[in-house]
Design a protein around this ligand. Structure first.
Ligand SMILES: *Cc1c(COP(=O)(O)O)cnc(C)c1O
Length: 222
């Protein structure tokens, strides 16, 4: 996609979301769009950076370091979100480049993040990933374990700001989003990371605060 097209795509998604918010007539705030730039080269991403967009998502630590280290140093407003699974041996590096981790889902990882935060005197914003449809192949905490894991993270003084989910590819995300919304309210968490290119309007309706949108902005990934 050309530079102009990428900016146009983002702008039209922003407008669509604003219309949806208006239509809901609630006091919901407009969710933040995380432009998911994984696999795309930095040339494709720079137009959005220059346009002033601040939130970007990557799913691999090394790729994020390679692509973003310099640009982030030059653009202090940029916030990077790790949306993919994180191995404990990569936590050290993840903390150097990311501002948010959306995929915290096990005790060993939570402990490692807490340790590494102390070492680096840093604090990162955290989402607990929930395996909302209980799919065998997917990462995420089981629904019935969420509260326990949340308490575990709080005891480590992690800055848990919300929950995150990736609903099944096929079918309707709406019921899962509703469920996520309820879980988040129970935990009294301010943020909710859900909604991708296929279902960001449904996520908006269900009070997502961060939408993770990739292909609808940047085009198809290889
Ligand atoms: C790739 C990815 C997205 C973006 O997906 P699109 O369908 O391209 O919008 C969102 N969330 C996660 C966790 C992803 O891995």
């Amino acid at each position: 996609l050309s530079k102009h097209m990428i900016i146009d795509k983002l702008t039209s998604i922003e407008n669509e979301i604003q219309l949806k918010i208006n239509e809901l007539k609630t006091s919901s705030l407009k969710p933040t769009i995380i432009a998911v730039s994984k696999t795309f080269p930095i040339e494709n991403i720079l137009p959005l950076v220059k346009f002033g967009h601040a939130h970007f998502g990557e799913n691999k630590v090394q790729e994020a370091l390679d692509k973003w280290t310099e640009i982030k140093a030059d653009n202090k407003n940029i916030k990077l979100h790790l949306i993919g699974p994180l191995q404990t041996n990569k936590v050290k590096f993840a903390l150097k480049i990311f501002d948010y981790i959306h995929s915290v889902d096990r005790e060993k990882l939570a402990i490692k993040i807490a340790d590494e935060q102390n070492k680096q005197s840093k604090k990162i914003k955290i989402f607990i990933q929930i395996n909302i449809a209980n799919e065998e192949q997917k990462s995420g905490v089981k629904k019935e374990k969420v509260y326990e894991f949340f308490k575990f993270c709080k005891n480590l003084h992690l800055d848990v700001i919300g929950t995150m989910c990736i609903p099944p590819q096929e079918g309707n995300s709406k019921s899962y989003f509703l469920e996520m919304n309820k879980i988040n309210e129970k935990l009294n968490l301010p943020d909710l990371s859900m909604g991708m290119s296929q279902d960001y309007l449904e996520a908006t309706e269900n009070k997502a605060t961060f939408l993770r949108i990739g292909s609808k902005i940047f085009g198809r990934r290889n």
